[in-house]
Design a protein around this ligand. Sequence first.
Ligand code: NI
Length: 165
Amino acid sequence: MYHNIDEFILEWKAESAATSRLLDVLTDESLQQSILPEYRTLGQIAWHLVWVIGSLSSDELQFKKPDGEERAPSSAKKIADEYKKVSQALVDAVETQWKDVDLQSSQEVNGEEWSKAKSLHLLVQHEVHHRGQLTVLMRQAGLRPPGIYGPTFDDWKDKGQTPYI
Ligand code: NI
């Protein structure tokens, strides 16, 4: 959990940049990929990440929500662009509107009392959770996901090394 704003900003910038690297690889066709019919598509999960960041915009943390509707757009570029915008807007809002001590104050989320620090922590975990889904769907769509915390299977092969299995 975060003790001060800087801890969150540092982690969010790194995690958000990693998500952006994934979103930058998406193509319009790939957005239709799903694990099974009727399940969320790659595009819907990617847009969900954009939307959830925007959902933190409130009276207590004011920033511009993403352009568009909750329904995922058909343009991969739009998703990647809106993600970058809303992620930066979140950073700017937290940096300028909250102080370290505010992180310990609570707010009601889904009927529970969460500190702001917990909300920010769960935002990062939520991102990581869905990024795992995105990378699998990207593979199924024939895309090559970039490494996030380390080299991918393809990165090892490119280096002439045997991928870990
Ligand atoms: Ni989610």
